[in-house]
Design a protein around this ligand. Structure first.
Ligand SMILES: N[C@@H](CCC(=O)N[C@@H](CS)C(=O)NCC(=O)O)C(=O)O
Length: 202
């Protein structure tokens, strides 16, 4: 076991997960658990700036959790991966699970995964920041991100009504949506509450 590291590795044969129980962090933990892959979890305390250490930046140069090191990458060598969507795709391809084999359904699944990554994650995040966490309450920012969060929930609601997204329950998309959705679920008291969306899974 190497002990000169902030996050010593006890099981070098296992996937190493560097994360925290945040909306983005949870996605990868959910996937690893659902896939039953053995992994070793390392807590990265982003409130204390641990994501900015050289040790962590060697895994994710962008200094964000989650990040993962797979000791058995596609070429048999160790592979470090950052961005939760990229990690979900890696785990899906590694195991042959979660992603539909049919090319059309696979494309659909990847589209919605990107939709989550490019829209739900960042926009819900900005909504949560300006509505809940920012000390300064900026009406323009609150209105902008409330509207966009509501619009995105509306897009999902329409798709759910059509039975598209949840028709393949075990895909990276539902995994990627399960925790970011929690921002909009922050109590049912926010202007972007999911209570208004009858098809959204609870
Ligand atoms: N698009 C990235 C977003 C990752 C992200 O924003 N992580 C947050 C926690 S949920 C973080 O590490 N924040 C620390 C910081 O910004 O310094 C992903 O999905 O992996």
């Amino acid at each position: 076991m190497s002990t000169d590291l902030k996050w010593p590795i006890e099981h070098p044969d296992r996937i190493q997960l560097y994360s925290l129980a945040t909306p983005n962090g949870q996605k990868v933990g959910v996937a690893l658990e659902e896939l039953g892959l053995p992994y070793e979890a390392h807590k990265v305390n982003i409130l204390e700036g641990e994501q900015f250490t050289d040790e962590f930046k060697a895994i994710n140069p962008n200094s964000k959790i989650p990040a993962l090191v797979d000791p058995n990458g596609p070429d048999g060598r160790s592979l470090a991966i950052f961005e939760s969507g990229a990690i979900l795709l890696h785990l899906a391809e590694k195991t042959g699970k979660l992603l539909p084999a049919d090319p059309r359904r696979r494309s659909e699944c990847v589209q919605w995964l990107f939709f989550q990554m490019a829209n739900v994650g960042p926009m819900f995040g900005q909504f949560g920041h300006f509505y809940q966490f920012s000390k300064e309450k900026l009406p323009y920012a609150i209105e902008r991100y409330t509207n966009e969060t509501r619009r995105l929930l509306g897009v999902l609601e329409t798709q759910l009504t059509r039975g598209i997204i949840w028709s393949a329950m075990s895909t990276p998309l539902p995994i990627s949506l399960r925790s970011p959705g929690s921002v909009a679920r922050t109590g049912d008291t926010t202007p972007a509450t999911i209570s208004n969306y009858k098809n959204f899974p609870r």
